[in-house]
Design a protein around this ligand. Structure first.
Ligand SMILES: [Zn+2]
Ligand SMILES: [Zn+2]
Ligand SMILES: [Zn+2]
Ligand SMILES: [Zn+2]
Length: 323
């Protein structure tokens, strides 16, 4: 238990921080006199001598202890504000500005530092694939196991089946530390330096040819250009709340090679409808976005195929339908 010193926190905050707010909420049902008595008890170190007070819950003890550094009047002010649902003027807090657009709202990640944010965005341009080049590799005297370097890979037990998804795909992830965890959990590579060395060899940079923005419909053929553009939006105060995944798709559909085919497809199927009248199903978004970023390729999906996927997963937005 940490007892904050009176000096360090004395009257510094006029607005409770989240930790203090929780404490205040916990004390909501206790009357003022009792609160002051317990605070005085806590200040004298009473909870160190008698940890549970007299049958207080752990939550209450924690709440009192976290408030000992504040004067009675301030604590009561906070409690009264919390009870009446009002708040004193919030001190403006400098909000984090940059958000990872790949992690998005599923796992929001914010950065105050531009370079940290850029690094995070960049991480999404690579992927780690388990057993990228198979389970064994050539060595001087034959072959060796990619997991543990043993000379006879066929004798190894690395539970390879456990790594495969139902459609036969191997595990892949965005960060090396996740692959290191996977190696330990599934393949029994528990020695961390060994797992890190193995994981490093399985990094695959994704070859994308287009990127877009979720704040405005724009296409980029260069990743750095995209970052510069997003940076501008964030510095203007945009947040993930303003990010729209359908806008991302619309920007990507404008890339050279797909743009005309997509527009032609729309013209045939929905003559009165434009791309901006459409939205995409959440379940299809990530996959479609990825396909469009990679773009048409020979031997892979061509522009026609990509337009078809976009078409199959879109529907009319409610604004167009008039509600
Ligand atoms: Zn991210
Ligand atoms: Zn092995
Ligand atoms: Zn694996
Ligand atoms: Zn934009």
């Amino acid at each position: 238990m940490v007892f904050p010193s009176f000096e360090s926190s004395h009257q510094q905050y006029f607005v409770p921080n989240p930790h203090q707010s929780r404490a205040i909420t916990a004390l909501n049902d206790i009357n003022d006199q009792e609160i002051l008595a317990w605070l005085a008890f806590a200040r004298k170190g009473g909870f160190q001598v008698r940890p549970g007070g007299w049958n207080l819950t752990e939550e209450l003890v924690e709440a009192f202890v976290s408030l000992v550094g504040f004067e009675d009047d301030l604590v009561l002010l906070w409690i009264h504000e919390a009870r009446s649902g009002t708040q004193t003027d919030m001190k403006p807090q400098k909000a984090p500005v940059y958000w990872c657009t790949s992690c998005g709202t599923d796992k929001p990640k914010s950065y105050k530092n531009r370079d940290d944010w850029r690094r995070e965005e960049k991480q999404h341009e690579a992927t780690y694939v388990c057993m990228l080049r198979g389970t064994s590799e050539f060595a001087e005297n034959g072959s060796k196991c990619v997991f543990c370097n043993a000379p006879n890979p066929e004798d190894c037990q690395h539970h390879i089946q456990a790594c495969l998804s139902p459609n036969g795909d191997r595990y892949s992830c965005k960060r090396r530390c996740d692959m290191v965890k996977h190696l330990a959990k599934i393949h029994g590579v528990n020695h961390k330096p060994q797992a890190e060395a193995v994981a490093s060899q399985w990094k695959r940079t994704l070859h994308k040819q287009a990127w877009s923005c979720g704040f405005c419909v724009t296409t980029f053929l260069d990743f750095q250009e995209r970052l510069k553009h997003l940076q501008m939006h964030f510095e203007q105060g945009m947040t993930l709340d303003d990010w729209n995944s359908t806008t991302v798709i619309q920007g990507l559909l404008q890339q050279p090679g797909i743009d005309e085919i997509w527009k032609a497809k729309l013209a045939i199927s929905f003559p009165v409808i434009e791309s901006s009248d459409l939205i995409w199903m959440d379940s299809a978004l990530k996959d479609l976005q990825h396909k469009l970023e990679v773009g048409p390729s020979e031997g892979g999906e061509g522009a026609e195929d990509l337009a078809e996927v976009a078409y199959a997963t879109c529907f009319l937005n409610s604004a167009f339908l008039g509600n």
